[in-house]
Design a binder for this molecule. Structure first.
Ligand SMILES: [Zn+2]
Ligand SMILES: [Zn+2]
Length: 380
């Protein structure tokens, strides 16, 4: 088999995008696995994959340029091309799907039937505090959902009876007929009208669930919340949603997170920022202080000469990193607090200090230092 993409699509090297698309469509309709007689199926699949690969490269101006310049080596990562059949079918669907019965044509059969029978997803909102985010927690939620009907065991058939194979479709759940489309004749597949795609029919529905196989109920569900989650995360518990009708597979339970703000901390991903007011003397002389963290207070050594806006990092006292292990940091941003009311004694001491204190540095230099420190604190 040739790997000249132009030869595969039977177009000239100078063919434009419209010609390439047209050529691919014609060949894809010819080699589509569902349109080829059973004996040639494997060869057809191989050919279909080849032409789809050629089309994917030549339709994309960048990939086409790389191919023109370097050949296959320019477009195949890892040396192997092709990909699998479903990928090729998806590409075809993407550009030519949605006409006639194409959706049912490709997605049909067992998978589509399972999907139709799948129960609903349940959505819950979990309210969390920052402390719960820091430690991880287990939440209990009450949900309105459905449960398998005990009367019929979920089949939907009256006790003592069973669902029977649908005679219209012979149990496949779909009916096929020849149809005409833009691309020529093809086989259209649609859901069976007698059984709605189930493949089985219930002659006498279960009186308890009216043939649905499920009954309303309320359930208590426990949800494990890992440490370090954020507002935009959501937790999915596969199969914990409502069961599908007539013993269909269950949907999922999806927990959306609503994390309450903690007035003490500003959150930046895994890092937290805490604003610490200090007095002028603490800033000038240095001090041993305690700062709050989600894990209790932690010591902070304030060096002499601390300025307003300086940021000190307390390592590992931020939030846990989900899936990575370890924790972010707590950044302590210092604000020098100026007293608003002075006692006579304080005033006298400060006036004495004013006699001997030095001039503050030029504004520009100090500002630059602070920015430099902030940038370092946030790893910028
Ligand atoms: Zn029932
Ligand atoms: Zn049927």
């Amino acid at each position: 088999m040739t790997h000249d993409y132009y030869a595969l699509l039977e177009v000239e090297r100078g063919a434009d995008a419209a010609e390439i698309k047209k050529a691919y469509r014609r060949l894809a309709m010819q080699w589509h696995p569902d349109r080829v007689a059973s004996g040639d199926k494997q060869a057809a699949e191989a050919r279909f994959k080849e032409i789809t690969e050629a089309y994917e490269v030549l339709r994309d101006p960048e990939k086409r340029a790389a191919y023109d310049r370097y050949g296959l080596a320019g477009v195949r990562r890892g040396g192997r091309g092709g990909g699998d059949l479903s990928e090729a079918l998806n590409i075809f669907m993407r550009d030519f799907g949605g006409v006639g019965g194409f959706d049912a044509w490709f997605g049909g059969g067992e998978r589509a039937r399972r999907e139709r029978h799948r129960g609903q997803d349940l959505k819950v909102t979990l309210k969390l505090t920052l402390a719960e985010v820091a430690s991880g927690t287990t939440k209990t939620v009450r949900v309105r959902t459905l449960d398998r009907c005990g009367e019929c065991g979920g089949t939907g058939a009256a006790p003592g009876t069973k669902p029977t194979t649908c005679s219209t479709c012979g149990g496949s759940g779909e009916v096929r007929r020849a149809a005409r489309s833009l691309f020529g004749d093809f086989l259209s597949v649609s859901s069976c009208p007698s059984c709605a795609g189930d493949g089985t029919v219930v002659a006498r529905p279960c009186p308890r669930c009216q043939g649905d196989g499920r009954l309303r109920t309320e359930k208590t569900i426990e949800i494990n919340v890992p440490a370090g989650v954020a507002d935009h995360h959501y937790l999915t518990m596969r199969g914990a949603g409502a069961p599908g009708p007539r013993n269909g597979p269950a949907g999922d339970l999806i927990a959306v997170l609503d994390i309450a703000e903690d007035s003490r901390f500003e959150r930046h991903g895994d890092d937290l920022v805490y604003d610490l007011p200090v007095s002028f003397t603490q800033a000038a002389l240095g001090a041993d202080l305690q700062v709050p963290t989600p894990y209790g207070d932690a010591p902070l050594k304030l060096p002499p000469g601390t300025q307003t806006g300086m940021v000190y990092r307390v390592r590992g006292k931020g939030l846990p990193k989900v899936g990575e292990g370890g924790r972010g940091d707590l950044h302590v941003r210092v604000h020098v607090w100026t007293p608003t009311r002075l006692t006579a004694e304080q005033r006298a001491l400060l006036e004495q200090l004013a006699q001997v204190e030095g001039e503050p540095p030029a504004e520009g230099r100090l500002g630059k230092q602070l920015w430099e420190q902030l940038r370092r604190a946030f790893g910028g």
